[in-house]
Design a protein around this ligand. Sequence first.
Ligand SMILES: [Zn+2]
Length: 405
Amino acid sequence: MFAIKAGQAFDGKRLIPGGATLMLDQGQIIGVQSAAAPLPQGCEVAEFPHATVLPGLIDTHVHLGCDGRDGALGRLADYPDEDLAGVIEAALRRHLAAGVTTVRDLGDRRWSVVARRDQVTTPDASTMPTIVASGPPITSVGGHCWHLGGEVRGGEAALRAAIAERIERRVDVIKIMVSGGVLTTGTDVMSCQFDDEDLRLLVDQAHRAGLPVTAHAHGLPAVEQAVAAGVDGIEHGNCVTPTGAHIPDSLLDRLAERGIAVCPTILAKIAGIRRSATESAFIQRFGLTSETVQAHIAQMHRAGARIVAGTDGGIGSAKPHGIIHSAISALAASGLSVAQALATATSVAAQVCGLGSRKGQLRAGYDADLLFVDGDPLTNVDALIHPAAVMVHGRWAAGPSTTER
Ligand SMILES: [Zn+2]
């Protein structure tokens, strides 16, 4: 058993005034007390008087098989397996360095990320982020990201087989490309890739096996279709129409009522990073300026929709791995309080990843996945950019600086 004392603490939902003492044992938090609480005799303690301790962050939308350089998503199909394993490892390290202790991968190639997840047989001994994975996204023939291997021809048997294969591989979530995508030529962000009945069958089969479904959807018709089919999450969710983005009130109500997790994959500007020409063209086509997107997120948040942080990390040079701070910062500028924005990458994200009973909060019985940042991220979100230390399952994965131990 050992203790952590921090001058300030965010528990995954709110600030703990005056900081906290965390008691840790066997990779878990076993107690959370005030910073002034006395320690058992002989208990080793690591003190962070000037830092804030938070639950390790969760990025709910990444692509670990993509290397975060120009054209990464397109190149994913061509990597030999050995190279792919190296890319995944490097991506995990970048997330860890950014304070991310859990990632949800929403699209791999040849089940490579699912395989990497399965290599970890004793999570307590690992100092790498926990992986939640979908495998190759289900898409239509020639549809968005078809080259990842998830194309499904129409017809009930093929649709059932696609879900059955994912159940057999023990994926954590089913990802379906409900609309076309920005980065796959020949697909259209405004079009639905499946008809209503087929999409409903996919969702029903997944739910029957206890698996959540999240839908990649840009166009308003695709978002409406996905919600009607009963999905649990929407990725991007720009709700674009031929005349710009628009979210009808009835859709806002349904998103809120059903507790659907919306991951807008919005990022605040990062120094030295520029958008790709393809993304800029998409933004221009639909008038998706930062202000417009932030206003839409604010509208969803006000209506009671569940917003969750995700970066789409890896898919290109504008979206490298390890930039969750930028997603949190963008959400904090979209009508959420900073505490609510931090929750989108901690307690709320953990629920969305199916890990709500053991991650994303500073609570007894939860995994000791912790992030330490200098200063106060609740008054300055940028404090998240350079973590002081990261702990995974009670083991130091990065830092802490030796002077403060
Ligand atoms: Zn993605």
